[in-house]
Structure formats: structure tokens, C-alpha cells
Design a protein around this ligand. Structure first.
Ligand code: NAD
Length: 368
């Protein structure tokens, strides 16, 4: 196999600032461990609109479909708020997700020990936490027909439809089982089979995929409301959670906040395997373009760097190097390094975006 290819789309606001720090990490892996990527960079969002009058140029879309992974910073900003709906920066991101058919959204909730105090839960509940929520991203109630607001007699009725095909459940279930095999080998599937037929089909289909292809992975089922309670009571009981679009939206935000700041949260969206066996993949921090701090060197680059760590693990089969990168971040934080979003105690001078990137590169250098 040739060099792994990576398309970098820094985007807007703090996107380009945090991406500079990711480039330092990529360069370090290339120079020190011979991990060479064929990296190309292009525009998305407002930056693409400024250059091409569209939030995603067709050529950029074509590139995204032909690389092993895409890494995106963030899109959006007040400058673009009054554009037509189809020209808004977010449309660029949505087009990428749609045309790459990214049906499996991975949102890890990982608590770095040094930041355990940041959680609203007790330290012992979150310390060492490492779970993964897999949310179905392209179907379910956000897309089902019929939908709309209609008038029935004297009043209006709002309608959305939860609809899942077996094939849609099967593919996201496979994605969750495959992930579990690289982690703690446990999947918990969440739905509301007690009150929803789509939940009954979800449960039966996950069971069918499990029995046929993944009987070596431990599988359990939980109603999504009970799952929400368990996530707040004792989240460490979970390894991988797989759930539908709506429940996943809520459960992944709940789980993410167990661990503290938006500046620390990575994500991945995966699609079907390509010819080389790797899934189509888009990696991005959960945060947006943060116009309130853009251009001030205040952005925390860790969410974007952790998104690259996910790319190492899930697109490039470099799990050991992903561990190295995550451990280096843990080491930096445990020495007390903080960007301004992570300041809790008094008396700590925050690192700038670029100082945090340099500190992580130094920690990487100490790891070999
Ligand atoms: P945001 O995530 O950009 O910012 C929310 C708050 O968190 C802000 O106070 C910001 O300063 C802080 N923050 C976010 N990331 C940080 C980081 N890495 N380090 C330090 N602090 C950080 O959300 P918002 O303010 O609601 O949206 C701003 C713009 O971003 C909007 O145009 C919105 O549409 C867009 N947005 C884009 C994405 C994306 O690209 N995936 C996601 C969410 C919002």
C-alpha cells in the first residue's frame, strides 16, 4: 500500500489556528517515526465561500472522496450569517457528510485524569473514563417521511417519522462491533423497544448481526432512558454504546460533558469501507469556529489533535501511535499545562494555542 492520504480542511475562525498545531504533530511523526502522509490542504466553509463563492468547491468534494481520511477544523462565523441558506459555511460540512455517506458518528468520552476535577460528576466516577458513543447519523427521525406541520381541524400538528431499514441498522451495528474489537470488546445497544416498533427492529437486527458475525464481542441492550441514567450514575460500565440518530444526539452530548471542556472533544464520522478496506472518514473537533476567541492565540488545539489521533487509530491502523499521542497529551496536562478554557485554579498562566502544540510535540519527543 502507498502512502496514506489525508485531506486537511482548516475552515474558519479558530479552525486554521488549531490545524497549525496538528501539522506540527504530523510533521513530528514523519520526521521521527517515518510515518509519512500524503497531505493536501484545501478550503471549506466561509474560507471557500470567500475564494469560490461556494462553501465547498466540487474539486474539494472530489478530493475528499479520494483520500483515506479528511480532517476538518471548524466552519462558520458572523461574517457569513446573512448568506443564503445554501451558501452558508455549514452547508459545506453537510455536503461532505452527505456525499461521503458517513452513517456512523463516533463521539468518544475520555477523561484525562488531570482534568477529572473539571467534570460536574465526582472525580472517582469519571477518572479514567474511556467510552465511545456510536450514533447512526444519516437516517431515523431527523430524515424520515412524512414530516412537516399540517393543519387538522382547528389546530396544527407537527410530524416527524422515525424510520429505520434493517440495512441501516446492520451497517452501524457492524461499525460498533468493529470498534469494540479494537477497544474493550463490549457493545451496549440503546433504543426504546418497549414503546417503539423501530426500537424492536433495532434490537432484533443488532442481535442478528451479533450472532452472525460478532458473537465474540459482549453485547447488552438497554432502554435509552435507562442508559441516560446509567451514563450519569456509573459511565465506566460502558465501552461502546450504539444507538440511533435522535438518542445518539442526546446521549453523546451527555457523555461528552462528563469530561469537561469543548476544547477537548474530538469526533469521527465513518462510512462504508473503500476498496482498500478503510472506511470513508471525516475527523473533526466537536467545537465550532469560536469567533469570540479567534485570532487571539487562545484556542485549545487538543480537540483537533485528538481528532487526528482518532484518524491514526481508525483510518491508518496506527493504534500504537494514537496511544502515544493521547498519552503525550495526558502527560502535558498532568504537568499542569492549560489553555485558557481549562483554567480552574488561580495562579496558572495559560499557554497559547501554539505553546500547547509545542508542549505536546515535546512530550512526544520524550516518549521515544
Ligand atoms: P463554538 O464551539 O464555536 O464556541 C462555543 C464556546 O466555546 C465559545 O465561547 C468558544 O470560545 C469556546 N470554544 C470552542 N472551541 C474552543 C477551543 N478549541 N478552545 C477554547 N475555547 C473554545 O460554538 P458557537 O459559538 O455556538 O458557534 C460559533 C460558530 O461556529 C458558528 O458560526 C457556528 O455555526 C459554528 N459551528 C461550527 C461547527 C463545526 O464546524 N462543526 C460546530 C458548531 C458550531
Amino acid at each position: 500500500m502507498g502512502k496514506s492520504s489525508l485531506l486537511i480542511l482548516p475552515g474558519d475562525g479558530i479552525g486554521p489556528e488549531v490545524m497549525v498545531e496538528v501539522r506540527k504533530i504530523i510533521d513530528w511523526f514523519g520526521s521521527n517515526l517515518g510515518l509519512d502522509f500524503d497531505v493536501t490542504e484545501d478550503l471549506v466553509g466561509g474560507a471557500a465561500y470567500d475564494a469560490h463563492s461556494t462553501p465547498l468547491h466540487d474539486e474539494t468534494m472530489a478530493k475528499a472522496l479520494n483520500v483515506d481520511a479528511v480532517l476538518l477544523g471548524a466552519v462558520g462565523g458572523p461574517k457569513y450569517d446573512n448568506l443564503d441558506f445554501n451558501l452558508k459555511p455549514e452547508r459545506g460540512l453537510l455536503r461532505l457528510r452527505k456525499e461521503m455517506d458517513l452513517y456512523s458518528n463516533l463521539r468518544p468520552a475520555q477523561c484525562f485524569d488531570a482534568l477529572a476535577d473539571f467534570s460536574s460528576l465526582k472525580t472517582e466516577v469519571v477518572s479514567g473514563l474511556d467510552i465511545m458513543i456510536v450514533r447512526e447519523l444519516t437516517s431515523g427521525i431527523y430524515f424520515g417521511e412524512p414530516r412537516g406541520i399540517v393543519t387538522e381541524g382547528k389546530e396544527r400538528v407537527g410530524i416527524n417519522t422515525q424510520r429505520y431499514k434493517e440495512s441501516e441498522i446492520e451497517r452501524v451495528a457492524r461499525s460498533a462491533f468493529e470498534l469494540a474489537k479494537r477497544r474493550g470488546n463490549k457493545v451496549c445497544s440503546m433504543e426504546k423497544a418497549n414503546v417503539m416498533e423501530s426500537g424492536v427492529l433495532w434490537r432484533e437486527t443488532v442481535d442478528k448481526v451479533h450472532q452472525a458475525e460478532y458473537s465474540d464481542v459482549e453485547l447488552s441492550h438497554m432502554y435509552a432512558d435507562a442508559g441516560a441514567m446509567q451514563l450519569c450514575r456509573w459511565p465506566k460500565q460502558f465501552d461502546v454504546i450504539v444507538t440511533d440518530n435522535l438518542f445518539g444526539d442526546i446521549l453523546s452530548d451527555t457523555a461528552a460533558m462528563l469530561t469537561g471542556s469543548l476544547g477537548m472533544l474530538p469526533s469521527a464520522s465513518l462510512g462504508a469501507p473503500m476498496e482498500n478496506g478503510r472506511p470513508k472518514a471525516l475527523y473533526e473537533p466537536v467545537h465550532g469556529s469560536a469567533p469570540d476567541i479567534a485570532g487571539q492565540g487562545k484556542a485549545n488545539p487538543i480537540a483537533c489533535i485528538l481528532s487526528f489521533a482518532m484518524a491514526l487509530r481508525y483510518s491508518f491502523d496506527e493504534g500504537v501511535e494514537a496511544d502515544r499521542l493521547e498519552q503525550s497529551i495526558e502527560n502535558v496536562l498532568s504537568k499542569g499545562a492549560r489553555t485558557h478554557d481549562l483554567l480552574g485554579e488561580e495562579g496558572i498562566t495559560p499557554l497559547s494555542t501554539s505553546e500547547m502544540g509545542d508542549a505536546i510535540v515535546e512530550a512526544l519527543a520524550e516518549s521515544v
